[in-house]
Design a protein around this ligand. Sequence first.
Ligand code: CTP
Length: 406
Amino acid sequence: MSDTGNKPQVVLGVGGGIAAYKVCELLRRLTESGHRVRVVPTDEALRFVGEPTWAALSGQPVVTGVWATVHEVPHVRIGQSADLVFVAPATANILAKAAAGLADDLLTNTLLTARCPVVFAPAMHTEMWEHPATRANVGTLRSRGAIVLDPAVGRLTGADTGRGRLPEPAELFEAARLALRRGAAVPDLVGRRVVISAGGTRESIDPVRFIGNHSSGKQGYALARTAVARGADVTLVAANVSLSDPAGARVVPVTSAVELAEAMEAERVDADVIVMSAAVADFRPAASVISKIKKSGTAPAPIELVENPDVLAGLVAARKREGTGQIIVGFAAETDDVLANGRAKLARKGCDLLVVNQVGGGRAFGTEDNQAVVLGSEGTAVEIPHGPKEDLADRVWDLVGERSSR
Ligand code: CTP
């Protein structure tokens, strides 16, 4: 930990991109939540947001080069005493310099001397992000243990849209918090592609009504955020979730169980790990009504339901058919006979791990905390005590890691 009491010391590197303005908000969130932040911009970053803004918001001096306060040896000391180096926006230029190990300003010197977790939040035009040179630099940085968050998709600087947008400050803050929480632990999911379903499906009755469920998606989003923090390439198939997109994850929005099944079918192909945490409706209305159902004064005819595909069972069947070594994790929400129902469900679905939690009575749905038992296909049962959903998520990744290293 830093030399400044027990406040975590964060170095916030700022690159020369228009998204630097969003990083003021990240800085504010970091300082207000008790972090000591030293901002190290590049000269180009100061063209977008000036030195007084960074100095005032951080309460610390701001320099870009190595020639100020030389007696304090800042080009070495700042990196050495950091608990986290977070670079946002990380331009194509910064990624290239960091990958090559250049040290021509304070930020690049700091990146070479830091031995703490390093997170890059790139932002640039799609063409630059997709260029083979940038892909290679990102690959190099990830292979060295840095977390490089995939940029978000959306409006870019001009009228164009695409991948390259800096994730929202609140989500950058979450990524920084989770990186600090992991501390010296190596990112153990680097190079692994994980696909997570989250939220709850909606089955349309008519244009204004649907059959849904109480799932908020928080557990699935916690799985996505923690997987990003461990270096995974994360795709989140999100059914009707009103949470902001986790920084670094690719989000595929869906509504119904059939749409979710189609999205999972497309995403499963090169996945190493699949986690089905979505609450999928077992049934949907047989007829798709395009006009609002009206009161007629007499009781309406009952809605006829047909069964939805069992997505999890389908994923397990595809793995068996194709002989891939994917790890497949299911979730089970049970109201009673939790363990017995969980064991029967694990056997029925054929997945590797089943995270069983008790729901109803205000438990699990929409809450910040969760508790569960994770059943393994060989008969193991690991209790995860009551705690934040991200603790449960991390335990699930631990168990996935144990299986994949066998
Ligand atoms: N699931 C799925 N497709 C469905 C229903 C459920 O993929 N049509 C997945 C869920 O995402 C979860 C697991 O199966 O990972 C268990 O879901 P749950 O609703 O608890 O079980 P059901 O399959 O609905 O079984 P039951 O009706 O017996 O509770």
